[in-house]
Design a protein around this ligand. Structure first.
Ligand code: ADP
Ligand code: MG
Length: 218
């Protein structure tokens, strides 16, 4: 399955949700998982050293001359059964290679989770991959500003992952009503999650409540 996670505003929790979905499917399904990082934070979120080699941006720039197996050679091991396709440096070139990438990801036998980061237009590579996935998840807080931006996008998710913070006036039903899309998971704003990320321990000590809330999201 090809899952995309994206947001309308930075700091929503997208990278944490995408990494968690990849970790869960890599551990709980036999076929393994691939986390594709379009946003650049995945190594830090997973507690890995910052990759120094080429990544997805370099593959996109190389165009059709890149050897067939070049994309696979960019992958880094996160832990058993879970690989990371790192972002690489520079711009993510828009264009036909993104469509090729979407096709390759759609036919990958592993569970593929793409961290698309913030989507703010229709032509950018993040939007193309976000829309190409069979499960397209908008990660959002019950924040008026983020919802306003999400509604204005020419891209509809298939489901919403709501990161719930105490004290918000809007709840899951409001989010669902505004976006016209089901909330498929509610993730609590949890200091244990922030601490695990800050300590680089998300991959090795995935907080239980986070795992439980995302187990059936995709
Ligand atoms: N469920 C959560 N509970 C507490 N902190 C979280 C949660 N999800 C994310 N965070 C923290 O919020 C910040 C932004 O998360 P991140 O996943 O990088 O957002 P985005 O990718 O949407 O910019 C990070 O410091 C992260 O540790
Ligand atoms: Mg991110």
């Amino acid at each position: 399955m090809f899952v995309s996670c994206w947001s309308s505003k930075g700091g929503s929790g997208t990278s944490v949700v995408a990494a968690t979905l990849a970790l869960l499917s890599g551990r709980e399904t036999g076929g393994g998982a691939l986390l594709v990082d379009l946003a650049g934070d995945a190594p830090a979120v997973l507690g890995l050293a910052e990759p120094s080699g080429p990544g997805l941006s370099d593959w996109l720039r190389a165009g059709p001359d890149a050897p067939v197996d070049a994309l696979g050679r960019l992958e880094l091991a996160v832990c058993e059964g879970i690989a990371l396709l790192p972002r690489g440096g520079g711009e993510l070139a828009p264009g036909a290679r993104i469509d090729v990438l979407a096709r390759l990801l759609a036919t990958d036998p592993r569970q593929v989770v793409v961290d698309c980061g913030v989507v703010d237009g229709f032509d950018d590579p993040a939007a193309t991959l976000a829309g190409a996935a069979s499960v397209s998840l908008l990660v959002v807080r019950a924040c008026y500003l983020a919802l306003r931006r999400a509604v204005a996008l020419p891209l509809r998710p298939s489901g919403v992952v709501l990161v719930e913070e105490p004290g918000r006036a809007l709840d899951a039903r409001d989010v669902q009503d505004v976006l016209g899309v089901p909330v498929v998971a509610c993730v609590a704003q949890d200091p244990a999650v922030a601490r695990a990320v800050d300590a680089g321990l998300l991959a090795t000590r995935l907080p239980r409540a986070l795992a439980r809330s995302l187990r059936n999201a995709a």
